[in-house]
Write a protein that binds this ligand. Structure first.
Ligand code: SF4
Length: 307
């Protein structure tokens, strides 16, 4: 029998694979070091930018994306070795740049937590981006990092609309659960805010939709909010348009026009949403950027291990 695939019910296979390096040097991203405990993401968002990375790596970027997640089982030990090198300058490490560090596997593997503990032991600041309320589990480590070298948690919350969330993010927890997690982190003194990302033309770019997200972020105590329009690079584009033609077929011609010969939303199309965001941020006193990190203090002589 045919019919639409219910991506929420698709099983995920987990492959345990040791990694050779925990930290990856990146260029042109506004930060120098990234860390991803997993490869692939069981959240399977239809707009996921990682699909384009997968396409370039000659791996599946279609409906199969997220059905296999590779688990870097040795990443925390590897990270400790890298952080202990004399050459390590304790620059900020960005976690979750190519996968969600709080996807379901983290509940049992606890690799993100082990990496946070290692970063804290070596007084290295971190910024983490996620759609996972599981971040509250690590509130103790994040609060300790806040007191040491600094920690920032960015929750991606593009919309509060139930239908848009369920359809475009088939594997994530509800956006309001992320905001409740944010509220708890803020209460613990952790720098945490919201990325309204990705904003989808015709689905989540209306002023009312954006105002609802910012009002909820404000109630949760978000210390910053920033917007980002969707990008559809090869690999992401095909899957997103296919999902759109199933879920909102009337929007397909508009997307084909917007993304004709380009991967990002042209400024004329993005302007109303970005202007609405700027105005709401100004009205409610949101910063657009996470607070600048502190200079890392001297590394402790004795490193505690708390897993
Ligand atoms: S949570 Fe992030 S990494 Fe995971 S599928 Fe969604 S956009 Fe991709």
């Amino acid at each position: 029998m045919g019919g639409p695939v219910n991506a929420r019910r698709l099983p995920t296979a987990y492959l345990e694979q040791p990694c050779r390096a925990a930290l990856h040097h990146v260029v042109g991203m506004g930060f120098e070091w990234s860390l991803n405990p997993y490869v692939g993401c069981a959240h399977r968002c239809t707009f996921c930018y990682v699909r384009s990375f997968e396409r370039r790596a000659d791996r599946a970027s279609d409906e199969r994306y997220g059905r296999t997640v590779r688990v870097k089982v040795n990443i925390a030990e590897r990270l400790r070795w890298e952080l202990s090198r004399r050459s390590w300058q304790r620059q900020s490490v960005h976690i979750g740049t190519a996968t969600d560090p709080y996807q379901p596997a983290e509940g049992s593997y606890r690799l993100t937590r082990a990496c946070l503990v290692a970063l804290d032991d070596f007084r290295t600041p971190a910024a983490l981006i996620t759609r996972g309320p599981m971040a509250v589990r690590d509130i103790d480590v994040l609060a300790t990092m806040t007191a040491h070298a600094g920690a920032t948690v960015i929750f991606s919350v593009p919309t509060l609309d139930d239908a848009v969330w369920r359809t475009t993010e088939p594997g994530t927890a509800p956006p309001r659960a992320r905001l409740r997690a944010l509220e708890r982190l803020r209460a613990a003194g952790v720098n945490a805010g919201v990325a309204v990302a990705p904003i989808l033309p015709g689905l989540s770019d209306g002023a009312d939709s954006l105002a609802a997200v910012l009002a909820a972020a404000r109630r949760s105590g978000a210390s910053f909010v920033w917007p980002s329009m969707v990008r559809l690079q090869p690999g992401t584009r095909e899957h997103f348009i296919e999902a759109l033609s199933r879920d909102w077929p009337e929007l397909v011609p508009r997307y084909q026009q917007i993304f004709a010969g380009r991967t990002s939303v042209p400024s004329a199309v993005a302007a109303p949403a970005l202007e609405a965001m700027a105005s709401l941020r100004a009205r409610w006193g949101f910063s657009e950027q996470p607070a600048p990190r502190r200079e890392p203090p001297a590394a402790p002589r004795q490193l505690a291990l708390r897993l």
